[in-house]
Design a protein around this ligand. Structure first.
Ligand SMILES: Nc1ncnc2c1ncn2[C@@H]1O[C@H](COP(=O)(O)OP(=O)(O)OP(=O)(O)O)[C@@H](O)[C@H]1O
Ligand SMILES: [Mg+2]
Length: 357
């Protein structure tokens, strides 16, 4: 059902992504490393999961949300879901054999002198030495940012050593994504950058088609102008918000207006959490000031002015530059003809209507 709120896992539930799916499958079959990019709720995880049903390689899907570093990656790998139970068992057995590593009820633990990254390498090598081809899918890869340098080196080593192992990276394009996707010449991944696959929001007609089809599945009739208004005013072509709206109407049996406002407030809640997550460890007031300015579109000088107004003191150009680059790298703002703008409609609404300080 289209209005199902989990990531889709079967091709018949994936709406309007034939081209992107074909492309991802083609790249995976060609054993390319791939980065699936796009805004929140656009369907990145769904695309990867559905692609898994179309390839005959062993896919290991790892959700790294909250993983925070190598230890988290190890845990995810050992507990990861994958299409081959046999592999999972082998990984588990292998873990027991890797020196300094043990699996307990709380997850994997690494004995003190042993470095988690070294252990990670041992574990991945173990997979690489198996017969057959493996696709390791790291979803929410931005969570690994804290170990980016070492991780990149390790990935480059894997690339060189185990041609039967490929990686798919998914997530918002925070700092690490950028270093993965567009490695500089000094990066270990230089010359080995993954193919990029962009997922864009649906065009208006496709968004309408999505809602029409979804409502039809439930036998619910919704006037066409209500559908169009909902898309134009609030939902845009982001499948996740469309699905949530449709679900509230068709499953939650909410009146249309209420479903829309609840979807928006749910969306705002999710965006708010993401924003808070993003701001952790960053210069909060500087980033917030810049984003609020960009919510209504702003030039460099306006962004700088907003930051200074908030600080009540001068801000130097380097700081402004770093903040803007940070926001661009994480796809929170876009630059067009020297104007910066928050693209995501939910994030824009959040910044303009809610008190965040
Ligand atoms: N092409 C599609 N057809 C049907 N449903 C979709 C499609 N794309 C996304 N969805 C739905 O939208 C929601 C978000 O999808 P998904 O989790 O795959 O997106 P995502 O980009 O990985 O999101 P996030 O940024 O939160 O990780 C889910 O409810 C999913 O079922
Ligand atoms: Mg996802």
């Amino acid at each position: 059902m289209l209005f199902d709120l989990n990531p889709k896992e079967s091709q018949k539930e994936l709406f309007g992504r034939e081209e992107e799916l074909g492309e991802l499958v083609r790249l995976l079959k060609a054993r390319r490393w791939v980065a699936v990019l796009g805004p929140r709720m656009v369907g990145k995880t769904s695309l990867v999961k559905v692609a898994n049903t179309r390839i005959d390689q062993n896919a290991v899907y790892l959700n790294l949300w909250g993983a925070k570093g190598t230890q988290g990656l190890l845990n995810a790998l050992v507990h990861g879901r994958n299409s081959s139970r046999g592999l999972l068992q082998k990984v588990k057995d292998g873990v027991e054999r890797i020196e300094g590593l043990s699996v307990g009820p709380g997850g994997v633990s690494v004995a003190a002198p042993k470095k988690p990254l070294r252990t990670m390498w041992d574990l991945l090598s173990m997979i690489g030495k198996q017969k057959g081809n493996y696709v390791i899918e790291l979803d929410e890869v931005q969570e690994l940012a804290v170990i980016s340098g070492h991780l990149l080196k390790m990935l480059a080593n894997i690339f060189n050593t185990y041609p039967n192992m490929t990686f798919v990276f998914t997530g918002s394009i925070f700092g690490l994504m950028r270093t993965l996707v567009e490695p500089k010449s000094s990066s270990p991944l230089y010359g080995r950058s993954p193919a990029k696959l962009y997922l864009r929001p649906f065009e208006k007609t496709k968004a309408i088609g999505f809602l029409d089809k979804g409502f039809e599945e439930y036998g619910v009739e919704v006037p066409q102008d209500m559908i169009e208004n909902a898309i134009e005013e609030s939902l845009d072509g982001i499948p996740g918000w469309l699905a949530l709206y449709g679900n509230s109407v068709a499953v939650g049996r909410m009146p249309l207006e209420k479903a829309l406002s609840e979807t928006v407030s749910e969306g705002l809640k999710i965006v708010r959490e993401e924003l808070e997550h993003f701001l952790e460890g960053r210069d909060r007031s500087a980033y917030l000031a810049a984003m609020k300015a960009a919510a209504t579109s702003a030039r460099w000088s306006e962004v700088k002015g907003a930051m200074e107004a908030r600080r009540r003191s001068p801000v130097n150009d380097a700081t402004v530059y770093n903040v803007i680059e940070g926001l661009k790298a994480s796809m929170l703002i876009d630059e067009q003809e020297k104007v910066y703008r928050v693209n995501d409609p939910m994030l824009r609404t959040l910044l303009l209507t809610t008190k965040i300080s």
